[in-house]
Design a protein. Structure first.
Lengths: 181, 357
């Protein structure tokens, strides 16, 4: 039996976090799949509303993380994500008339990293999570999280050194039209 | 620290949603206790979410008790002129649906069919199949009775001629592996051949929570008391949205709930007509003209198109203008492909004992 309090609480959670869950879904699975990931995530939240903690975001992102893993074949997700990562670089480059932007360099470098490195780096930088909450999303201790984050940052730094070139090439080979679909 | 800032500054705008889907759609999902759900079932249903979820939650279907059980309803040609706009079509549907009698009974029985497009095939050459399920829902109207569904897998086939070519290149399989949670095969399959009928109890669903309107359950008594004029009905829904904190997009929410009233819910012909009239005045609803549903029944379609990521998606409602019956709803993705559909095939109250598992 659904009571109106549940509906109100759910709507409040949805309003507060829809955009954040969407952002996470895009960063993990690409825009192509993001809508479905978001809707599945909130369906779980609706079903298990009483299990959703007061600070709902880490919980929601943890669910979204599982949805991404369980719902899609790896190839499907990788294809969608690859298109997404290219679109980021293309979008960042489109911001300036010529030359490669700092943003494009960072994004191109990010695209070369392993999935789990990229996730760790962006959880805090893009999704407004504290280290503790980010650790909760990926299911490890805060201490372990910091160790892994440190390594991921190192790899990002290394990748950025080589990414200038990648970003330049991306600019040549991807039309913005391709991503405006 | 510097790196962290650079990273923060590089956050792509594509991470921001361009629209906010109506949470009422999610709250229309079933809330059964999850422990009994089998994972494989979950995967099969993943693609069917809105439709099947509505089933279990008991959102309902189509129009009058005089609905023909089968076959095209196109035989009734009328002297009326062909509607030239969505507004006109919905008003015609309103007029036609005013005839008919509302009764009551122990179960509201809704024969429905769902279809959902899925991606299958080898990594280098993926293609789409349409999987279809039929479900006759028996939705209890009395306390103590539990709702149930008679369910049957209707099989699956390539979704389009292009998909059929890819399917042949794939060796014309008659079943497709269902991936497990880790992406490796689960040992289960989507079958091309139809399966047997089975009975599925809708656990914890009965008279108090079968029917959903405006994001919340409504009882038959509440449905019977709905306003029978378009303005009153609209006000009733808006008030309900406000109570739930649903603010936008308003017209889409109204269209969606209007759809439930004309297609899903056990309401009187007068309420159904009011719903059509309300929908006739919404912005964003366009006439698509003649349309044929997935069972080959012809009608006329209106569409609500909304901008989403990767373009627009279209929600289509197919109506038989001769009877005012809503025949089917269809969702198309940005590529224009049919992503999901639900169709109804007559419905009405019944007093008999439901099928037994």
């Amino acid at each position: 039996v659904t009571d109106p309090d549940d509906a109100r609480r759910f709507t409040a959670i949805y309003d507060a976090h829809h955009a954040q869950v969407y952002a996470y879904a895009v960063s993990r699975a690409g825009r192509q799949l993001a809508d479905d990931v978001v809707s599945d995530t909130f369906v779980v939240a609706w079903r298990k509303l009483h299990a959703v903690p007061e600070a709902a975001l880490p919980w929601l992102l943890g669910v979204a993380r599982n949805v991404v893993r369980e719902r899609y074949r790896d190839e499907a997700r990788q294809a969608s994500l690859a298109a997404e990562l290219r679109a980021w670089v293309a979008e960042a480059n489109a911001d300036v008339a010529d030359g490669v932007t700092e943003r494009a360099v960072v994004l191109a470098a990010l695209a070369t990293l392993r999935d789990d490195d990229r996730e760790l780096l962006t959880l805090m930088a893009w999704h407004d999570l504290s280290a503790r909450d980010a650790a909760r999303v990926v299911g490890c201790s805060t201490a372990t999280f910091f160790v892994r984050l440190h390594r991921a940052r190192k790899r990002l730094q290394e990748a950025m050194t080589g990414a200038n070139e990648v970003a330049r090439r991306s600019r040549m080979s991807f039309s913005t039209e391709e991503f405006s679909k | 620290v510097n790196l962290q800032k650079k990273l923060g500054d590089a956050r792509p705008r594509r991470l921001d949603p361009t629209h906010r889907p109506d949470p009422a759609v999610i709250m229309a999902q079933p809330r059964q206790t999850d422990t009994v759900r089998r994972p494989v079932r979950r995967l099969i249903l993943a693609g069917l979410v809105p439709a099947v979820a509505m089933v279990a939650a008991g959102a309902v279907f189509l129009s009058t008790q005089t609905a023909p059980e089968n076959g095209p309803t196109t035989a009734h040609t009328t002297k009326t002129e062909v509607p030239k706009s969505a507004h006109e079509l919905l008003l015609v549907a309103a007029e036609r649906s005013e005839s008919g009698t509302a009764t009551s009974g122990r179960y509201w029985v809704l024969p429905t069919e769902f279809g959902s497009q899925l991606e299958v095939g080898p990594p280098e050459r993926r293609y789409h199949i349409m999987i279809r399920t039929s479900m006759e829902m028996w939705l209890a109207t009395r306390p103590g009775d539990e709702s149930l569904g008679v369910e049957q897998n209707l099989g699956a086939e390539p979704a389009s001629p292009e998909d059929e070519a890819a399917w042949r290149a794939d060796g014309s399989p008659t079943r497709w592996p269902i991936p497990g949670p880790d992406g490796t095969p689960s040992g289960k399959f989507y079958e091309a051949a139809p399966g047997p009928k089975g009975i599925r109890p809708f656990e914890n669903h009965g008279a108090t929570n079968n029917f959903l309107l405006g994001g919340n359950p409504v009882t038959l008594t509440e449905l019977a008391a709905l306003p029978t004029d378009a303005a009153g009905l609209k006000a009733w829904l808006l008030n309900r949205f406000q109570q739930l904190g649903i603010q936008e997009p308003r017209d889409y929410s109204l269209f969606w709930n209007g759809k439930s009233l004309v297609m899903d819910l056990p309401v009187t012909p007068a309420v159904r007509a009011a719903a059509y009239r309300m929908m006739a005045d919404l912005t964003g609803v366009t006439l698509l003209g003649n349309a044929i549903d997935q069972r080959g029944r012809s009608g006329m379609a209106v569409a609500y198109t909304h901008d989403g990521d990767g373009g627009t998606s279209e929600f289509r409602l197919i109506i038989d203008p001769a009877t005012g019956q809503a025949l089917a709803e269809e969702t198309r993705n940005s590529a224009g492909e049919l992503a999901r559909y639900t169709l109804v095939n007559g419905m009405g109250f019944r007093d008999e004992e439901p099928p037994i598992a």
